[in-house]
Design a protein around this ligand. Structure first.
Ligand code: PEP
Length: 225
């Protein structure tokens, strides 16, 4: 079964989160998770879909202002977390090492993990895609409760989507390095979801912008069935 995760980024407070989940008609035959902002996690839990956070710290507790720990998420009923999203890597100085630590702590605490990897446009143009993926994937722990999301940075929120062939190729590379399911992320929309999701090495999608409207998210989920 394919997995489709909606990453709401810093959108939707609690009221909008409840409204979205009340309106969404999730199809059968696909695993669906939503990833609201920290402030909206509590109201999202218990409304029919697994809820993941968008980040998680490696320590159980401590002097880490602004961070949230895996046991805190578990206590809320959150089932997993995204780790290493390119926005965290690019805007908040996330490194391969912090990604490794966050993944390990989350898994240890019993959370599922969507660990993100992907090259920037400059890295692709310099022919470094393979080396970047190898370096990033090497930092990700092996675990049954972990999936990788391949998200080429140049395709996130830009409207530029990887071609199905390019996605397939990158997923094959990742799967050679790490025996896990690999989701594709980067401007997935109802119009392009089917062609991406029918690639044999594409095990699902991590969806940003198009996951914010119930009908567009449901359409992508239907494309994965
Ligand atoms: C994302 O946030 O993981 C993402 C892929 O965003 P978008 O679908 O908007 O490109």
């Amino acid at each position: 079964m394919k997995l489709v995760a909606g990453n709401w980024k810093m959108f939707k407070g609690p009221a909008e989160t409840v409204a979205f989940l009340d309106e969404l008609e999730p199809p059968a035959g696909v695993e669906i998770v939503v990833c609201p902002a920290f402030a909206s996690l509590a109201v999202a839990v218990g409304r029919g879909l697994p809820v993941y956070a968008q980040n998680v710290h490696w320590a159980e507790q401590g002097a880490f202002t602004g961070e949230v720990s895996a046991p805190m998420l578990r206590e809320l009923g959150v089932e997993g977390a995204i780790v290493g999203h390119s926005e965290r890597r690019q805007l908040f100085a996330e490194t391969d090492e912090t990604v490794r630590m966050r993944c390990a702590a989350a898994l240890e605490a019993g959370l599922r993990v969507i660990a993100c990897v992907g090259e920037t446009e400059a890295e692709r143009e310099a022919g470094e895609t393979d080396a970047v993926l190898r370096r990033q994937v090497a930092a990700i722990p092996r675990h049954d409760a972990l999936v990788i999301a391949y998200e080429p940075v140049w395709a996130i929120g830009t409207g530029k989507t990887a071609t199905p062939e390019l996605a397939q190729q990158a997923h094959e590379t990742i799967k050679e390095l790490h025996d896990t399911r690999v989701l594709y992320g980067g401007s997935v929309k109802p119009e392009n979801a089917a062609e991406l999701l029918t690639q044999p090495a594409v095990d699902g999608a991590l969806v940003g912008g198009a996951s914010l409207e119930p009908e567009s998210f449901a359409a992508i989920c239907r494309a994965a069935t």
